[in-house]
Design a protein around this ligand. Structure first.
Ligand code: SF4
Length: 912
């Protein structure tokens, strides 16, 4: 694909001929649009430098634009009826996808869309190299055979158009244009100049030969620069290399604000976000501060990102997904908080609160109807505009988003659905990027409607999937002002000239670019056609030429490479080995502060110990029970800041929905069942007397009631067969527990879920005990059901981990003889507790019989009760006095499931 068979002219001669204007009849073609624009600017600057005030524009355009212009000339002439219609990229993709799906191999593919994208690349390559006829004869491996099968289907689909001449794509357009070149309808230059091409494909050669055959002079030229001052620098890691190149670019720009600076990054598509962040932090450290214009960054990155990564398009696609069958909760959550829909500003806070509530109630996926039901539930923050818009969408969906439709009908329905949600309704002004993104979105939707020509009717899900695919395939870069620093990929840098150029990442394994032949075309054919990436020799040859082009592209050129990537050691590419090595320090580049460093340097540090909240009494909170229940004492024991954040500030960690029920839900269900059963039975005598069948009926009824109650709170979590299984599980577990309780001596259930106010250390709270039994032997026992782990040491020592039972025990006016956890877990049924006397409850020992040293330290039941009283008073006093120290009792173990880290910033403290 290489070689330069055309007569050369110098760049100065080219500009002289272009200066003759239309009369000169010169057209220049370049490998890409970027180079065409750059050359045009350079030509204009040269004219202005010669003192001209007006001149005719030079006819400079990319090769593909030139081919398309020839085609369009023919399209607006009497040749039109015989011309095939040019497919849009979306139409091409759709036809390839359909061709692949219709083949037997489709079932073996993970994604027909991805295969279609690869086929389009192979199709492009095969036509550029004029390989199709030979490919049909040479198909050897399975991939090549599959490609030929899909290509034949694709070609047949292109020929099946309502137009006799069928469809054509960009890959075949030069072949279609060649026979037309002699026709007078095509405006042809007298001279065509190839500028800056590193590669010439067989197809390009055929077109240029055809142009010569109709009398057009074809010449070639390229950048005029001589090799400048060039250095090679090694850096420890890629990040150091990027930081240095950004610092260098800033220094060069400050030295000469008119300078044109280029930075070439191989693999720019993957590194784009890192490059952007580093260059922004060095070149304009305050760019992310509120109020700083987003348009003022002095650099431009040549590669755009997929349209679906722009928030506006991303959220539009989320809305369309919600209007379909179902959507994952985290996506619905983002949609709720999106700023692009009606009422988003007015309801911003309410929608964020709604999101927090839904996290506790919703399942991992949501339907539109389920979302509306959840929004309507008691306790859900009201968002009337959102509710109204979603209701309208739900109605619209019933009649308009079902069945099979043509793409243009779906495009209309999709726009209408987004309109109902008030997508970019009046109210919120768009910034320039958003405005351009919206325009592009409208173009993409219009392009989707144009799929009518090549695709049949489809369902809503298929339409949304195809539309999403088009947005993913559409690379988009909002237009920005002309800026002095251009960050480019390797191909975009071809032919460009600068005042200063830095090329990074030139390691031995990255440059020359590793061989990467197309899997659908036999390597032998690719090699014969001179496809550079097909073999090592071709790749080295091309990359050597590109390297030579960089060396001549600026008076100052820097090549750089990292020495390490993770554990791998790297060295300089052999293609730059001859360039003299240098140290970055020798460049005399100033050290620029990053914003963080500047702020740090400017700080006037003053340390204030801030671990004290206002006293409760001063807030008037001592008037009645404090909301938060016994959790206040538990949290105060675990970490005073946690108690302060949760019960004084009202902070809650956000939950993440999970499939089915979480451990807390299961615990709630079991508590409800056992509470209902013991309310019905009343004690051991009734338990012993009830028949097996009656007990089963009672348990089934109690399980139904419990599930019904939970369903009112979490309607999506307990549906259908899942609810049935949960009902059986609950009844079986409760039955096993009742069997276990039959071993106990006689008792009566004195209280179930009884609420009372308890007060310690000046803090009064509402406490609810699970159960209190009156023992036949005298005295009462307080029980707390546990479905997870439980240990009596959680009641002992300072800052007891589980102070609830001690709270009930001391707060009760009854004669408490024991406190115990009732562990109700399949296969692990037991009481764990402490009793005043032996044999009050199975397995529950006196304080003196406990094994732990902590327990033995109390010596007697009375001492234990006195110890509890002291600790509870201390915890209450701590909370009431405003003790808000960040002091997790068990360090990381306490913090692990806390969720307050963003507020207490414990992780930053651990660095101190
Ligand atoms: S994360 Fe740890 S330190 Fe922070 S509030 Fe929770 S328990 Fe306390």
């Amino acid at each position: 694909m290489s070689g330069e068979p055309y007569a050369a002219l110098s760049k100065a001669q080219l500009f002289a001929r272009l200066a003759e204007g239309l009369a000169g009849g010169v057209t220049v073609i370049t490998p890409n649009q970027r180079l065409a624009q750059s050359l045009e600017r350079e030509f204009d600057a040269a004219q202005a430098a010669q003192g001209r005030s007006a001149w005719e524009s030079a006819d400079i355009l990319s090769y593909s634009a030139f081919v398309q212009r020839c085609y369009e000339d023919a399209l607006y002439s009497e040749l039109a009826s015989a011309l095939p219609i040019l497919l849009t990229p979306a139409q091409e993709q759709s036809l390839w996808e359909d061709a692949i799906r219709a083949s037997k191999l489709a079932e073996t593919l993970l994604s027909a869309s991805s295969a279609a994208t690869q086929c389009r690349e192979a199709w492009q390559l095969a036509h550029a190299g004029c390989l199709m006829p030979r490919l049909k004869a040479a198909a050897a491996n399975e991939d090549a055979k599959a490609f030929l099968d899909w290509a034949a289907r694709y070609e047949r689909a292109c020929a099946r158009s309502s137009r006799k001449s069928g469809y054509i794509d960009a890959a075949r357009l030069p072949d279609a244009v060649i026979p037309l070149l002699a026709h007078q309808a095509l405006t042809k230059p007298k001279t065509l100049v190839r500028y800056g091409f590193d590669i010439m494909t067989a197809q390009q050669r055929a077109l240029l030969d055809a142009l010569e055959a109709v009398g057009i002079e074809v010449l070639a030229t390229g950048p005029a620069g001589d090799a400048g001052r060039c250095s090679r620098i090694a850096f420890t890691a890629e990040r150091d290399e990027m930081l240095a190149s950004a610092t260098w670019a800033r220094a060069r720009l400050e030295a000469n604000p008119q300078a044109h600076i280029g930075v070439v990054v191989p693999g720019l598509a993957q590194a784009r976000s890192t490059v952007k962040r580093i260059f922004a932090s060095i070149m304009q450290p305050d760019h992310s501060l509120p109020g700083v214009s987003k348009q003022t960054l002095p650099f431009n990155i040549s590669i755009g990102i997929s349209l679906n990564q722009y928030p506006l398009v991303h959220d539009a696609l989320l809305a369309l997904q919600l209007a379909g069958r179902e959507i994952e909760f985290n996506r619905a959550s983002r949609l709720l908080r999106s700023p692009f829909f009606a009422g988003s500003e007015a309801e911003m806070t309410a929608r964020a609160r709604l999101d927090a509530v839904l996290r506790a109630r919703a399942g991992t996926t949501l339907t539109l109807e389920a979302l509306l039901r959840l929004m309507d539930m008691r306790g859900a923050p009201r968002c009337p505009v959102l509710a109204e818009r979603l209701s309208q969408l739900a109605e619209f969906r019933k009649t308009n988003l079902f069945g099979a439709k043509r793409p243009s009908e779906w495009a209309k329905a999709i726009s209408a659905a987004l309109g109902l949600l008030g997508f970019l309704d009046k109210g919120r002004g768009l910034d320039s990027t958003e405005y351009q993104t919206l325009k592009k979105w409208h173009e993409v939707v219009a392009g989707f409607a144009a799929l009518d020509a090549v695709a049949g009717r489809m369902g809503y899900a298929d339409a949304c999937r195809r539309l999403a695919r088009v947005t993913a395939d559409t690379l988009f870069q909002p237009e920005a002002a002309d800026v002095p620093v251009q960050i480019l990929g390797v191909l975009e840098s071809a032919g460009l000239e600068f005042d200063h150029l830095w090329v990074m990442g030139l390691t031995d394994d990255a440059w020359p670019i590793p061989v990467r032949p197309n899997p659908f075309i036999p390597i032998k054919l690719q090699r014969e056609a001179g496809v550079p990436q097909a073999d090592a020799a071709g790749s080295i040859e091309l990359d050597r030429r590109i390297t030579a082009g960089w060396l001549a592209a600026a008076p100052e050129v820097v090549f750089s490479h990292p020495l390490r990537e993770g554990d791998r050691e790297l060295s300089a590419s052999p293609l730059i080995a001859a360039v003299p090595g240098a140290m970055f320090e020798d460049f005399g580049i100033p050290v620029y502060d990053k914003l963080r460093d500047a702020i740090h340097r400017a700080r006037r540090e003053e340390r204030i110990a801030d671990d004290k909240a206002p006293e409760l009494a001063r807030l008037g909170a001592d008037a009645g029970p404090h909301s938060g229940g016994t959790g206040i004492f538990r949290d105060q024991a675990a970490c005073p800041f946690r108690a302060f954040a949760a019960h004084r500030l009202g902070t809650e960690a956000l939950e993440t929905p999970q499939p089915g029920l979480n451990a807390r839900d299961r615990g709630t269900l079991l508590h409800s069942v056992l509470a209902a059963v013991w309310t019905a039975l009343g004690g051991k005598a009734a338990l012993d007397a009830i028949s097996t069948d009656d007990l089963a009926t009672l348990l089934a009824h109690c399980a139904d009631e419990a599930i019904g109650r939970l369903r009112r709170w979490k309607p999506e979590a307990l549906q259908g067969r899942f609810a049935e299984r949960e009902r059986s599980r609950l009844a079986a577990l409760a039955r096993d527990w009742l069997e276990f309780e039959k071993q106990r001596p006689v008792f009566e259930v004195a209280a179930v879920e009884e609420k009372r106010v308890v007060q310690f250390g000046g803090v009064a709270v509402n406490a609810k005990l699970d159960r209190m039994d009156k023992l036949g032997a005298g005295g009462h026992v307080i029980l707390d059901y546990k479905t997870g782990e439980a240990s009596v040491t959680a009641w002992l020592g300072t800052r007891p981990d589980e102070p609830q039972l001690p709270l009930y025990a001391i707060g009760s006016e009854k004669n408490i003889a024991a406190v115990a956890f009732a562990r109700v877990k399949t296969g692990e049924l037991e009481f764990k507790g402490i009793a005043r006397d032996k044999d009050l409850l199975p397995g529950v020992k006196t304080i003196g019989d406990q094994r732990s040293a902590l327990a033995k330290g109390y010596g007697s039941w009375e001492n234990l009760v006195e110890g509890w009283r002291r600790e509870l008073a201390a915890l209450g006093q701590g909370f009431a006095s405003g003790d808000a120290r960040v002091a997790p009792k068990h360090g990381d173990d306490t913090c692990q499931f806390c969720g307050m880290q963003p507020l207490c910033r414990i992780n930053e403290r651990s660095d101190e």
